[in-house]
Design a binder for this molecule. Structure first.
Ligand SMILES: [Zn+2]
Ligand SMILES: [Zn+2]
Length: 363
């Protein structure tokens, strides 16, 4: 089967610089292009064998996540390389193991970041399998969805209702699900102000979900690019501004999806008393970490303000976000790439050319 793999860690900044200098030079460019390390390699992989409790899925679409960038650049490390990345998979079951009871062939299902958890530990037993020490992540610890087929245990495949195309449903599985978990972790009450720091694939989807679940709350969007701010306004944000701007009101909860530190350091002062900032990032890039020295306790932390991270997702988060999206007819804004064009999708994320969720259309 066709697949794309991460073979080794790659510094994308360097690759992009090399690509740019190649496209600017008109002689010998072919031989130079050959020397460039693309982050993903084509690989003709075996179609996976399934166990008794697993289903085999023919993939229709797989959305691209910033986490793939973290894996490629080595900020989070797969158990072994090479690995097929991708954890926002939608496809149809074409084969099932003999112990599979709830799902049948031809069911359309989704697979998110949670591939499995132990099911026995304190966290798993209390609905927090996202924190399980044996959490297995799709597209990191096991092969994911940048491929024509994948497999998963039936308990971790969510049914996808009609009403979405494969491409529309796929970003719900991480951008949507982790965003939805972040929204739950804010502890927001309807009517209180909610802010978004960064407005990429996840937050634009969470804004739509927040409008449905907290109809009386005012929504504030901080984003560097005017494109993102315009999109936020169009979708119904009450206020939009740059990450360094001052909003007209204090904000009770803020979801941060920016990959760096400065916006976070700038925004804490706008939290209301008891306000909570939820960081929805698996890692932050550390080149601007020095700016944290500017955090002022009295201005930025005092008055019971909180900072909290969101880690992974539970299977319930995925089920609930698919259900909320279906009930309120929420669809992500998407940009479609072919499977073999995945390197360009990755470069576009690195270069912050983001206009909604990037999705690989696979079949
Ligand atoms: Zn993701
Ligand atoms: Zn566990």
């Amino acid at each position: 089967m066709k697949s794309l793999i991460i073979k080794k860690f790659t510094d994308l900044k360097e690759t992009i610089l090399n690509l740019d200098s190649n496209s600017n030079s008109n002689s010998n460019s072919n031989s130079k292009v050959k020397n460039i390390n693309l982050p993903l390699d084509y690989y003709d992989a075996e179609i996976p064998d399934i166990k008794d409790d697993e289903v085999l899925i023919k993939i229709g679409a797989c959305a691209v996540c910033h986490t793939e960038l973290d894996e490629i650049e080595g900020r989070i490390t797969p158990i072994k390389l090479p690995v097929i990345p991708g954890h926002q998979i939608v496809g149809r079951i074409i084969k099932k193991g003999k112990n599979v009871k709830k799902l049948k062939e031809s069911d359309r299902v989704g697979v998110g970041w949670i591939n499995s958890a132990c099911g026995k530990c304190r966290y798993c037993k209390n609905g927090l399998e996202n924190l399980c020490a044996n959490f297995v992540a799709t597209g990191k610890d096991v092969n994911g969805g940048y491929a024509e087929y994948t497999k998963v245990k039936e308990n971790y495949a969510v049914l996808i209702p009609d009403g979405f195309t494969d491409e529309e449903a796929s970003p719900l599985l991480c951008a949507g699900a982790v965003g939805y978990r972040s929204l739950k972790l804010t502890g927001l009450t309807n009517g209180f102000n909610l802010g978004f720091l960064g407005f990429g694939a996840s937050n634009h989807l969470v804004l739509k979900i927040a409008m449905a679940l907290y109809p009386d709350s005012k929504l504030f969007v901080f984003a560097r690019s005017s494109n993102e701010r315009n999109l936020a306004k169009k979708l119904g944000a009450y206020w939009t501004g740059d990450t360094a701007d001052t909003p007209p009101e204090k904000i009770n909860a803020i979801i941060d999806t920016t990959p760096v530190w400065r916006p976070l350091a700038d925004i804490l002062r706008h939290l209301a008393p008891s306000g909570r900032l939820v960081i929805n990032n698996i890692r932050k890039e550390n080149y601007d970490i020095e700016c944290l020295k500017n955090i002022d306790y009295a201005r930025d932390i005092w008055m019971e303000k909180e900072i909290k991270s969101v880690a992974n997702v539970t299977f319930n988060d995925i089920k609930e976000v698919v259900d909320v999206a279906y009930r309120f007819n929420i669809k992500p804004q998407i940009e479609i790439y072919s499977l073999l064009d995945a390197n360009n999708a990755i470069f576009d994320i690195k270069n912050r050319k983001i206009n909604g969720s990037k999705v690989l259309k696979i079949s």
